[in-house]
Design a protein around this ligand. Sequence first.
Ligand code: ZN
Length: 129
Amino acid sequence: MINLQTLIDDAKCFESVRLLRWAEGVICPGCESKQVNKRGFEETQPLQQRYQCKDCHKNFDDLSGTILAGHHQPLRTWILCLYLMGLNLSNHQIAKELDLNKDDVQQMTSQLRSGIIANKPEAKLSLSS
Ligand SMILES: [Zn+2]
């Protein structure tokens, strides 16, 4: 059986995310400025473009502020999940196709349905009430 994940090109995945996310140009997630410089690539992920905002000097990358950042699943798994959702596959079928746990897929699809940009502001624990 052909494994979908081996057919997917990581570079194309990052390209897809950039297209999804920066359709109208790169925007700083901190101050929404469009004055952004490219700043090379992530050391651990050479396909992940880094940027620096010219206005607030915040550093960010292709995945900063998205639900795709900081997950143990590789980007290609997310992209495939998104693709299979587009084909109207059930969580159960997606789990089978991607060889993932059904609970993981459940979590991924519900996050993807609410959009790839993470909800803001981040939840913080507060001691005062
Ligand atoms: Zn900024």
